[in-house]
Design a binder for this molecule. Sequence first.
Ligand SMILES: Cc1cc2nc3c(=O)[nH]c(=O)nc-3n(C[C@H](O)[C@H](O)[C@H](O)COP(=O)(O)OP(=O)(O)OC[C@H]3O[C@@H](n4cnc5c(N)ncnc54)[C@H](O)[C@@H]3O)c2cc1C
Length: 442
Amino acid sequence: MRVIVLGAGVVGTASAYFLQQLGHEVTVIDRQAVPGAETSFANGGQISVSHAEPWANPSAPLKVLSWLGKEDAPLLFRLRADMRQWLWGLQFLRECTPARTRHNIHQIVQLGTYSRAVLRELREQLGLQYDQRTQGILHFYTSEREFECALGPAEQMRALGCERQVVSAEEAIRIEPALAAMREQLAGATFTAEDESGDAHLFTRELARAAEAAGARWRMGCHITALRETGGRIDHVEITNEEGRYERVQADAYVLALGSHSPLLAQPLGISLPIYPAKGYSVTLPVRDAALAYQTSLTDDEFKLVFSRYTRPAQGGQEARDVLRVAGTAELNGYSRALSEVRCAAIVRRVAQLFPGAADTAAAQYWSGLRPATPSNVPLIGRTRVSNLFLNTGHGTLGWTHACGSGRSIARIVSGLAPELDFAFCGPRGAGATLQPAQLPV
Ligand SMILES: Cc1cc2nc3c(=O)[nH]c(=O)nc-3n(C[C@H](O)[C@H](O)[C@H](O)COP(=O)(O)OP(=O)(O)OC[C@H]3O[C@@H](n4cnc5c(N)ncnc54)[C@H](O)[C@@H]3O)c2cc1C
């Protein structure tokens, strides 16, 4: 079959790779010059099955209210005259009940565990190098109350097979000695030895090369302007091509993987996707004193930040060097990627507070990206009412963690094969699906 993958982020690229492996003739279309150049570019780097508790949980409504108007709040709704934002907010509230939270954690852990295993398999088969570290993820808490609130979800995750172990402050410092400086503030921690980290952009580029070598075609620098439907099927896609000309592109099947831009292309078909952009920030800092910088990937519950460390290999006469990637916070404010100085400064301040002297803060590089957030943080993978249009989008805070499993699953669904995973795949003929109204594209 001829399949067009719309979008070359980490999710579209993984979809393309697995579709190619299943024998399809694959073309990937993206407006950027290289794969993985938008939200998959400089994210937090964590492959975190253990980070399965969605933003929408029973404690969220009060917290979000108390953060309204606070410029440096971890999750900031900037209320706008934007119907999509308000609708998304209402759906988010509906996902905050204990029952919905448990359901969503279940989905997220299932997909995460499968996806991490697929990533490992790919890494071994293809020899991929993307500054990966396989030292686990340590999630630390500086508030007793928050730590106690985390124990229930951690127990649910363990019951689902994610080995997220509760550890004492001493044990946390043994795992990551760089935390010793903040011993007095540590209320507790959890450690998931099987979790990993790595650079999502490098991975996407490497996987795209492997897919290309296997025959997939990449059309970069092409702006997708419309999907055209005739008789319940997508007939063609309209693009402004590499030369700036209008062009129609046709295939037998289409996979929508445009991240936070997916709803904009689906809406004219009458398919309403509950995805809203949630802007996040990252800061990349050169390591100044290797002994003071963390080695293990970390999650800071209080500031909702994640920390990864990358060792950039020696290149062009430059020695190998380590950098720290610190990312997080969320701002729901439309499609603007403008950097807020206050939010950037808050991240750098936290790095300096936790790991004094570890990083060269004067050389910090700032970035922002738009997470394709669903109210439940469960992505939309599967079919739509348009018979040859498939979804692989809405991966929110965990698109890097979920990319490989989502890619392999959508490739199987497009091919008419059952996915290898029990998950709430969406659409009229989703396999193993318990469709939830918030997730069912209509
Ligand atoms: C600050 C931050 C930290 C994060 N940390 C982590 C983490 O630690 N672990 C984790 O698992 N996830 C993390 N994430 C989430 C993760 O980065 C995303 O979920 C993931 O990158 C989404 O991938 P995607 O392929 O769906 O979207 P994208 O990477 O945005 O890809 C979509 C592609 O579609 C293309 N496109 C869009 N519209 C058009 C158009 N009209 N025409 C042509 N092309 C178009 C874009 O160019 C882009 O390449 C983080 C996100 C942020 C912002």
